[in-house]
Design a protein. Structure first.
Length: 245
């Protein structure tokens, strides 16, 4: 459906696991009635937009109380008839707020190039344009990975995602091209995100503790930025040394 509009508000927590830990968590979820979501395993491409001097990611890496990102996203290997989403992601005091709209890929690419979203995108289209104009945003980094998502039928308040094969590139921002890039994590590592509406259920905390899951503040785009900054390939890298621990 073109002009699809979605909003989210939830707590998101990240964990860096090895494959064995990820299998233990997945087994525990299945015991609670959680199964891989209908789309199964999905390849995801996200283009993060930023200022010419990478202001948004530099701010994000400082871990302030409030931060915001702008990204576009596709699922699978997209073609001209598939959907592309444009999204504003904000985080304030640990709560993540997302507002996004989707259009058929050529229509979204035209809207982004012209910074003019069609009327069917509603208020979110206006917010996207405002953020693009306010920061003079442009495509900065393409992040690709494979995702498995777990939820329970009839109850998607708790959602767990596991991302592997995380890689990036800063050229060829066209998401319809081959999904090639430099890997961010070791091949044995899995980046898990737990998304909940608020209070953590005790059973989930016990499952994560049993698996030895340790929380992390790793950001996919942030890690790619740090890799490039260490090679002196982007501006702004001399301002501060950041940590993702």
């Amino acid at each position: 459906m073109t002009g699809e509009i979605q909003t989210f508000a939830r707590v998101e927590k990240k964990f860096l696991l090895n494959r064995r830990q990820a299998e233990d968590v997945a087994a525990g979820l299945r015991m609670r009635g959680y199964e891989r979501m209908a789309f199964g395993s999905s390849a995801i491409q996200s283009v993060y937009w930023d200022t010419p001097d990478y202001l948004l990611i530099r701010r994000s890496l400082e871990r302030p109380e409030y931060k915001e990102k702008f990204r576009t996203r596709t699922y699978g290997q997209p073609g001209e008839g598939d959907m592309e989403f444009a999204e504003i992601k904000k985080k304030y005091r640990g709560v993540v707020y997302k507002r996004r709209t989707g259009l058929i890929l050529p229509e979204m690419e035209r809207a982004l190039a012209e910074r003019a979203f069609p009327e069917k995108c509603g208020q979110i289209g206006a917010e996207l344009k405002s953020m693009m104009d306010r920061y003079d945003l442009r495509p900065a980094c393409l992040i690709m990975y494979n995702r498995e998502a777990y939820a329970r039928e009839g109850d998607e308040e708790i959602r767990v995602t596991m991302d592997t094969g995380i890689r990036f590139r800063t050229d060829m921002m066209d998401m319809t091209r081959a999904q090639t890039g430099e890997e961010i994590l070791d091949r044995d590592q899995v980046l898990m995100e737990v998304k909940i509406p608020g209070v953590w259920p005790l059973w989930l905390l016990r499952l994560l503790q049993s698996a030895g899951a340790q929380p992390t503040h790793i950001s996919k785009y942030g890690t790619a930025y740090l890799i490039l900054a260490g090679r002196n390939r982007i501006p702004g890298n001399g301002r501060k040394v950041y940590s993702i621990a």
